[in-house]
Ligand binder design. Structure first.
Ligand SMILES: Cc1ncc(COP(=O)(O)O)c(C=O)c1O
Length: 400
């Protein structure tokens, strides 16, 4: 009997791919009786529908023929100009022609896979790391190799060891308010990492969706901006966490020699990111995003929520629980006492009315099962405290 299932038509490289599960329940389990710390969803209270409507109106009133027509692969000049301004203000001097607009940074990651990865190429990653990137590089045929990570990010000594042993093509890092840990690589460690990458000629891919959401401490320039990494770094940015993820607007900063390859990969994927969305995003950035204090209400809210989450965790979780203290972004990474398995804890948590993402889903290799990720960005302080109380109750059940 021959196999008649439609699955026989699936390509070899997609055969093990399934829609992201993100634990048994995922970020989508929500409801009146569930407090979800699972998803990295911006608080919709901060979505600026009025400002965005004004931007779309402006575009449709003044340039409908451009907004509704096919457009160029690298992106609209107005949006690249705004994006270049943002990167330059973040201390990464950038000209518009250095950028390629993408449909969110996830597409940027996927384009890196298409443009740069041959089957068998090694990609180094943090441990833990952002798994949607691991999956995208994996689809392109990459072999993912984790680098040992401590509270300051990847360890330069292990980085060098792994580079010598595996000869990677590139390293994928989230140096600022990392997903899932919330960790930020300090300036001194950034410099050490840059020195190792320069010495061994490894391309850096810096994914930076969160740096504008800093609520403690002083901003750092991107690692990719280190002069030693000129022509050896790619930077990914997005409007998802600072305007709205539904927009699907991001950009890639790539060395000049790689730009034609990336534009070709982008054109092959979808010709270009929606022209009307690009032009509206540019108008929005021009009109509403020039004030450096514009994100202060979001930062204030996320600071209060993060502080409340950490305080309540410290008060209620069992002895031996560790957690990161993020200076920005959306996530706290919690290490439970070793005997607790966060995948098993999740069932108890759902019964108690709270969800999170188990840590095991964030490792390219050797998952640590006692870790878990909590997102503090979606709820007000009172709800966060109640959610942590429920989590502590679930831990008590799981331990008992
Ligand atoms: C580290 C990281 N990279 C990329 C993305 C994807 O963002 P986008 O909405 O821009 O595709 C996310 C979203 O959570 C993320 O955390």
């Amino acid at each position: 009997v021959t196999d008649q299932s439609p699955e026989r038509f699936v390509s070899r490289r997609m055969r093990t791919s399934r829609p992201a599960r993100l634990g048994k329940y995922g970020p989508w389990l929500r409801g009146p009786n569930i407090i979800s710390f699972a998803g990295g969803l911006p608080d919709p209270a901060f979505f600026d529908a009025v400002g965005l409507r004004e931007a779309y109106d402006h575009v449709l009133d003044t340039m409908p023929e451009r907004a509704l027509q096919y457009a160029r692969g690298e992106g609209e000049p107005e949006l690249r100009e705004q994006a270049a301004r943002v990167l330059t203000e973040a201390r990464f001097p950038t000209a518009p022609q250095e950028l390629v607009i993408t449909s969110g940074s996830q597409q940027g990651i996927s384009l890196i896979g298409t443009a740069l990865i041959d089957p068998g190429d090694v990609v180094l990653v943090e441990s833990p790391t952002y798994m949607a990137a691991v999956r995208a590089f994996g689809l392109a045929g990459a072999r993912l190799v984790p680098v040992e990570t401590d509270l300051d990010g990847i360890r330069p000594d292990d980085l060098e060891t792994k580079i010598i042993r595996h000869r990677p093509k590139l390293i994928y890092l989230i140096p600022t308010f990392q997903n899932p840990t919330g960790i930020t690589v300090p300036a001194a460690r950034r410099s050490q990492i840059a020195a190792v990458l320069e010495r061994h000629d490894v391309l850096l891919v810096e994914d930076d969706p969160y740096s504008e959401l800093r609520f403690h401490g002083e901003p750092l320039p991107p690692l990719a901006a280190d002069p030693r990494l000129q022509d050896k770094s790619i930077m990914l940015s997005t409007l998802s966490k600072v305007v709205a993820p539904g927009l699907r607007i991001g950009w890639l900063r790539v060395p000049a020699g790689l730009r034609p390859t990336f534009v070709a990969a982008k054109q092959t994927t979808d010709f270009h990111t929606s022209a009307i969305d690009q032009l509206a995003a540019a108008a929005y950035m021009d009109r509403r995003m020039r004030d450096p204090r514009r994100l202060d209400p979001v930062r204030d809210a996320y600071r209060n929520r993060s502080d409340a989450m950490i305080d309540t965790l410290e008060k209620l979780m069992p002895a031996g629980t560790r957690m990161t203290h993020p200076e920005g972004g959306m996530f706290v990474w919690v290490g439970l006492p070793d005997q607790l398995d966060s995948d098993l804890l999740l069932d108890h948590a759902v019964e108690c009315g709270v969800t999170f993402l188990p840590g095991s889903g964030f490792y390219a290799e050797d998952p640590v099962r006692s870790n878990l990720r909590l997102s503090f960005c979606t709820y007000p302080v009172g709800t966060i405290e109640e959610g942590v109380r429920r989590l502590a109750a679930a831990v008590e059940r799981a331990a008992g």
